[in-house]
Ligand binder design. Structure first.
Ligand code: G
Ligand code: G
Ligand code: MN
Length: 542
């Protein structure tokens, strides 16, 4: 059984500690600082490195080309809708009325450059007089699918995308108006780039074909697919539907131009990010310092007060003790929870004087309770959280001895629970302190078992009398696994002869399930929330 416990403890230990260790906002600030720093490094690389620039250019280029192609398909879709209506307006005889209809449709639609109709009798007519001559020669054509084909025109400076469709009684061919070239290439020299469309063993020199060939490639006439790949690798190869590729070949100076064009933006971005980084670092630093300053003030003004949460014997429903939970009460009476200030106090060492002061306040409260209820000595224990720093310091023994003497209290009135949000650095020192506490008759409890650092080592070395089961295990008690873990902790505690207290009991079901599992000491909202001295619960049913 203990093996299960050990595994679970390790798993959780790996998952959680950093988040618990630091104050949330500090943690967020630190994360932000790292993110901004990474961004700065990334942008600086873009500014310095040729390769990083080329990668960015490629991505930018691909994005722009994708958008351009998507716009072509959008035009085809729009044309298709237009043809759905047009097919009922034609006579399918190529008479003047048909030509008018075609001219009208083409004139009013930006997507259409040319529109032609073939009638069932094989007559062809279109919206332009010389329509048949313009595209007659370059019969290099790649079909992307049954309806869309790419044709290189005679002047070889643009691709024509043709959309073919059978309509009611004839066949329509539409030349889709060409898109502008990618903006990244708009201002580039003619000979610096080349766009080809390749498919079915054909290469169409499309965008900027004429002069590009002669500049990038030695001999344009010999250009075939193999050679293309050998001479210059395309900067972009994108599949166009199934059986064709669009490829871009770009000379180095295009990338150089790109680099120059983005440089001012990169510099502005880098300056802004550096500024943000400085502000964040200042805040991170200031945050810690500010909190330390305020905590010192709170300590001087005795504003760090105890809240008490009852720990109950669930068999008898009697309160047997209290956990003391520190709160920061501001001047205006606002109560600040410990996770806001304890992690910082543990980092800057203030936790030691804070706990010492808390011990004295608790002692006074115990005295007041004795008077209020006319019971002396009070049978209850008051369990004070101590962080590893303090459990390794003999100051704790001196303080508790002095307090017991000064207020005439019994050792059983106090116990310490060791919170292990940070690891114990010197186990021997901690062991000495715990031994002395045990000799005094003051119990040491291990807090949040299963959810901290090296539980077993601490248990073995520090001779704790009690372990406190962390609330996350109680939360999952209704699952089979949750119960198995509790049972294994109980079995383990029996063997090790330590008491068990379960934390975080919020309802009757959890309380009775735990009791069945053999955990009689219980603490949680079900029995009572942490409360200030004047609202302290003395009887469970009051
Ligand atoms: O009280 P809460 O209810 O929010 O407690 C949150 C955490 O703060 C707990 O894990 C508890 O161990 C820790 N904590 C509360 N009071 C003290 C204290 O006096 N000293 C130390 N070291 N931790 C404390
Ligand atoms: O020191 P430790 O981590 O054990 O502190 C106990 C913490 O658990 C405190 O923050 C306290 O407010 C909280 N707590 C006590 N009882 C319950 C409970 O029933 N449910 C939940 N969610 N938290 C609880
Ligand atoms: Mn605790």
């Amino acid at each position: 059984m203990p093996i299960i416990l050990l595994n679970y403890s390790i798993a959780i230990h790996l998952d959680k500690p950093p988040v618990n260790m630091k104050k949330k906002s500090t943690y967020m600030l630190s994360s932000l600082i790292i993110i901004v720093l990474c961004m700065i490094i990334g942008f600086a690389a873009l500014l310095i490195s040729n390769n990083a620039n080329k990668v960015l250019f490629k991505y930018h280029f691909k994005y722009a080309e994708n958008q351009r192609i998507e716009q072509y398909f959008e035009r085809v879709r729009a044309t298709s809708i237009l043809l759905d209506n047009l097919q009922y307006e034609l006579n399918y005889t190529c008479d003047n009325q048909d030509i008018d209809t075609l001219e009208h449709a083409s004139y009013f639609n930006a997507e259409i450059r040319r529109l032609s109709l073939r009638t069932p009798n094989g007559i062809t007519c279109g919206d332009m007089v010389d329509t048949l001559n313009i595209y007659a020669k370059p019969k290099q054509e790649i079909y992307l699918n049954q309806q869309i084909s790419l044709i290189a025109n005679t002047s070889k400076d643009r691709t024509i995308i043709q959309y073919h469709r059978q309509i009611l009684k004839g066949f329509i061919t539409v030349d889709i108006t060409p898109q502008d070239p990618i903006s990244l290439l708009k201002n580039e020299c003619d000979g610096c780039w080349l766009q080809t469309v390749e498919g079915n063993g054909i290469i169409l020199y499309t965008g900027n074909a004429n002069r590009a060939e002669s500049k990038i490639f030695n001999s344009p006439l010999q250009l075939n697919k193999d050679l293309t790949d050998q001479v210059v690798k395309p900067i972009l190869s994108m599949p166009l539907l199934d059986n064709a590729w669009i490829k871009y070949y770009v000379a180095d100076n295009v990338i150089q131009h790109y680099r120059e064009s983005i440089r001012p933006y990169l510099i502005i971005l880098l300056c802004s990010l550096t500024l943000i980084l400085l502000v964040l670092m200042h805040r991170r630093f200031h945050n810690g310092k500010m909190l330390t300053f305020l905590l010192i003030k709170a300590l001087k003004q005795n504003r760090l007060i105890p809240f008490y949460q009852p720990i109950v014997n669930a068999e008898t429903n009697h309160i047997c003790g209290y956990e003391v939970l520190m709160r920061w009460e501001t001047k205006k009476g606002k109560i600040i929870p410990p996770d806001v200030f304890i992690p910082e106090a543990e980092l800057n060492g203030l936790i030691v004087p804070m706990t010492v002061q808390l011990i004295e306040t608790v002692a006074k409260d115990i005295k007041r309770l004795e008077v209020q209820h006319s019971i002396a000595p009070l049978p209850h224990y008051f369990s004070i959280n101590v962080s590893p720093d303090l459990i390794q310091s003999t100051a704790l023994i001196n303080v508790i001895k002095m307090t017991l003497n000064k207020f005439k209290l019994q050792p059983h009135n106090f116990s310490f629970e060791l919170t292990e949000r940070t690891p114990i650095s010197d186990f021997d020192k901690a062991k000495n302190v715990c031994d002395s506490l045990n000799e005094l008759g003051i119990q040491v409890k291990l807090d949040d078992v299963g959810n901290g650092y090296c539980d077993f080592l601490a248990l073995q070395k520090l001779q704790a009398s009690t372990i406190k089961i962390d609330k996350i295990f109680v939360k999952n008690i209704c699952d089979h696994n949750g119960m198995v873990i509790i049972e294994s902790i109980v079995a383990f505690a029996d063997k090790a002869e330590v008491e068990v207290i379960a934390e975080g009991i919020e309802n009757r079901e959890q309380a009775s399930a735990l009791l069945r599992a053999g955990v009689k000491y219980q603490q949680g909202y079900y029995y009572g929330k942490p409360a200030p001295f004047d609202k302290i619960k003395f009887n469970l049913f009051e």
